[in-house]
Design a binder for this molecule. Structure first.
Ligand SMILES: *Cc1c(COP(=O)(O)O)cnc(C)c1O
Length: 400
């Protein structure tokens, strides 16, 4: 490999750091599969280890006047394992930088904490329930206004904009209705209005969809889900394009303290190595399961953007590489019938969360509780990496 395909983690780091090379940035020729395997994977200069060393140290030797002679001082500011993960996420999404947090919700809160009192935020109408709860319970306390809009209606967005609108927050595909929003069109409207567009890209992952290249300003991931990929680590991240926002987010993270742990970062980085392979199989399985459900007489509706009947199918085709492995479906009948299906599955596990190797099923209205607006006969499925025929047989016997 030629030297110009290698780059340093960050020009602001010390010489010791600059010796640590990562691939990806400034090398558009590299494909996502290669970036996923190699970004942040520079060989440890001290030992030659290929697997990144896990630095648990909270404190690092500095100079007498607190000079960061090795590039680090205190783990809450930054630590070496976390920087490797950030390099990989940055390169996968094609941003200026990534900032990793202790959870997806910590990342979500950090963006909102960069806004000044008096700002206004627009959220799309089908978003992760706890982001909705964050907006309802905390934004008023912080002096920030918010509204929830159907952003499939672009004129509706234009009407909802205010001079104080600083951020438009979307999720596509959305949780749990798998709605598709047009990132490119929304980013043009946001830009004209002087607002940032944030895309929660958790369901798609950077392998299936790269919102920054479609005009978005910020990408959010719950790395707990597909990035980690094995249901064993909590994390979140933001990938940004602007230095100004990056500086604000680093300040929020350092002072409010929701940092990603070294071990958590290490596990998520390990998960990223196989993300492209996993997403290929996840998507193939998701397609197969969606088609089987759509053909089942006990199923009223399947929400999966890969189905040609899905209202967002055309936009999804344009902005996604494939359609992923999250889907929801309505069981004919009501709550009782849906709970009956969830109780009869043998292979699918009744559990919340998503994006792990194992297939999960969830009665989403029960999970979300009293305020949920999710239909009572809806089941959400995270299709895992088992053989699709085993998964389909399991669902069909539960639906019989
Ligand atoms: C899980 C999830 C979050 C929150 O992430 P945590 O890691 O659970 O804090 C945010 N957005 C989406 C779409 C999610 O699925």
């Amino acid at each position: 490999m030629s030297d110009n395909r290698k780059i340093t983690i960050s020009s602001s780091l010390t010489a010791a750091h600059n010796a640590m090379r990562v691939m990806g940035r400034g090398s558009p020729a590299l494909r996502p599969e290669t970036i996923a395997v190699r970004a942040g994977a520079e060989i440890d200069p001290d030992t030659g280890a290929l697997s990144p060393p896990l630095h648990l140290s909270t404190t690092f030797e500095h100079g007498p006047a607190s000079e960061a002679i090795h590039g680090f001082r205190y783990a809450r500011e930054k630590n070496p394992t976390q920087l490797r993960l950030e390099a990989a996420l940055r390169d996968l999404e094609g941003g200026l930088a990534a900032v990793v947090f202790s959870s997806g919700m910590a990342a979500a809160a950090a963006v909102l904490q960069t806004l000044k009192p008096g700002s206004h935020v627009i959220f799309s109408d089908d978003i992760y329930i706890d982001v909705r709860n964050l907006a309802r319970d905390f934004l008023p306390v912080w002096g920030i206004d918010s509204s929830i809009e159907n952003l499939q209606d672009l004129d509706g967005l234009s009407r909802a904009l205010r001079p104080s609108t600083k951020l438009i927050w979307i999720e596509t595909p959305s949780n749990p209705l798998l709605k598709i929003l047009d990132i490119q069109s929304l980013s043009l409207i946001a830009r004209q209005a002087g607002a940032l567009l944030l895309v929660d890209n958790t369901f798609a992952t950077p392998i299936l969809q790269r919102p920054l290249s479609l005009g978005a300003d910020v990408v959010l991931h719950s790395t707990t889900k597909y990035c980690g990929g094995h249901s064993d680590v909590q994390g979140g991240c933001l990938i940004v394009k602007s230095q100004e926002l990056l500086d604000k987010l680093l300040h929020v993270r350092e002072i409010l303290g929701a940092v990603a742990s070294p071990f958590g970062s290490w596990l998520i980085l390990r998960g990223l190595r196989s993300l492209p392979c996993r997403m290929e199989r996840h998507s193939a399985n998701g397609n197969a399961v969606a088609a089987a459900l759509a053909a089942c007489p006990s199923v009223q509706t399947v929400y999966y953007p890969g189905l040609p009947s899905h209202p967002g199918h055309h936009v999804a085709r344009r902005q996604m590489k494939s359609f992923g492995a999250m889907l929801s479906f309505l069981v004919r009948g009501g709550r009782e019938e849906a709970l009956g299906v969830a109780s009869r599955v043998k292979l699918f596990v009744n559990a919340t969360s998503l994006g792990g190797v194992e297939s999960l099923i969830e009665h989403r209205a029960s999970n979300e509780g009293k305020l949920s607006r999710v239909p009572q006969n809806l089941l959400r499925v995270s299709v895992g990496l088992e053989h699709p025929d085993d998964l389909i047989e399991d669902l069909l016997q539960a639906l019989a």
